[in-house]
Design a protein. Structure first.
Length: 79
């Protein structure tokens, strides 16, 4: 899901005189990608929290540390 959008590409799309909707389409694509990344990240975080709760309920120390570490890694990554 991680895509790279350059400011230069946006300016090229904006500068085309034949069709200014290219810039709008690029912006729509960027915003949609950002939204999907946000939703996906939130779902992963929710799943990890559920797994952590389950591990605590079952007193499974190994699983707790595994999911807690995964959650910590997710929260420290930029994205």
């Amino acid at each position: 899901m991680d895509k790279y959008y350059s400011y230069t590409d946006f300016l090229k799309a904006l500068g085309r005189t034949d069709n200014t909707s290219n810039a709008e389409k690029l912006l729509d694509t960027i915003y949609l990608d950002l939204f999907l990344n946000h939703v996906h990240r939130a779902q992963i975080e929710e799943h990890l929290l559920t797994c952590i709760d389950l591990a605590l309920d079952e007193r499974n120390e190994d699983a707790f540390y595994k999911y807690a570490q995964a959650l910590q890694q997710l929260q420290t990554t930029v994205g």
